[in-house]
Design a protein around this ligand. Structure first.
Ligand SMILES: O=C(CO)[C@H](O)[C@H](O)COP(=O)(O)O
Length: 228
């Protein structure tokens, strides 16, 4: 299977994973990116079996609405049963790098609210140590140079993502050349830099379940259990 087929397989697996949990009042959190888009298409098949969704980006909200799936403001819902989203990298603890699609802040908010975070990824995203994928950091535009200098002090090489404005009106710095051996500590350290909105490490709130698509099909990996 090529990468697109693997993405489709994990999207279908996610729909099958959540289907038995859905009730008429269920709100599903929906992520952003090409894998999440395929999940949205699968979710359309389950329309009517749940109440609606909250989306982690304007792009995902548009795709959901195009399928006729209700999209709620997060402030209007009490509970998100499950959040399904892709990732740019995952380690064996299901700590993630996300934000390749610049939606990291809203993704982190919906993941924080959700009872369960199901990550969907193809095998290329599985890494021994996070950091080969440049770590996205969302910054308030006027703080961009300050934050970049602080990121250099942490050993990274920040690169301004030209021409990208997040859904929140902010800029993205992609931090290259980090070997992230203590993701929870680094996530906190970067978030403490004045001017940072958030960074793409999902380590303090990692995924609970990873549906990983590879040559042998889709593996279900639970946080704390490792790969069988
Ligand atoms: O974090 C994200 C968007 O901000 C995506 O989940 C991540 O970039 C993976 O994208 P794709 O499924 O297209 O490989």
């Amino acid at each position: 299977m090529n990468q697109d087929q693997l993405k489709r397989a994990v999207a279908e697996a996610a729909a099958a994973y959540i289907a038995p949990k859905l009730e008429s009042d269920t709100i599903v959190g929906v992520g952003t990116g090409s894998t999440a888009n395929l999940f949205i298409d699968c979710l359309a098949e389950l329309k009517g079996k749940f109440d609606g969704t909250v989306a982690s980006s304007e792009a995902s909200a548009e795709r959901l609405k195009a399928h006729g799936i209700p999209v709620y403001d997060l402030n209007a819902v009490d509970d998100v049963l499950v959040y399904v989203d892709g990732a740019d990298e995952t380690d064996a603890h299901l700590a993630l790098i996300k934000g390749g699609g610049a939606a990291l802040t809203r993704e982190k908010i919906v993941a924080a609210v959700a009872q369960e975070f199901v990550c969907i990824a193809d095998e290329s995203k599985w890494v021994p140590v996070l950091g080969n994928f440049p770590l996205p950091v969302e910054v308030i535009p006027m703080a961009r140079s300050h934050v970049a200098r602080e990121l250099v002090k942490l050993g990274g090489d920040p690169v301004y993502r030209q021409g990208v404005v997040t859904d929140n009106g902010n800029a993205i710095l992609d931090v290259h050349n980090l070997q992230i051996r203590t993701p929870i500590a680094l996530e906190e350290q970067i978030n403490n830099i004045v001017g940072v909105v958030t960074n793409g490490l999902f380590a303090a709130r990692n995924a609970d379940v990873l549906l990983l698509g590879g040559a042998n099909g889709v593996e279900t990996i639970r946080a704390g259990e490792g790969r069988k």
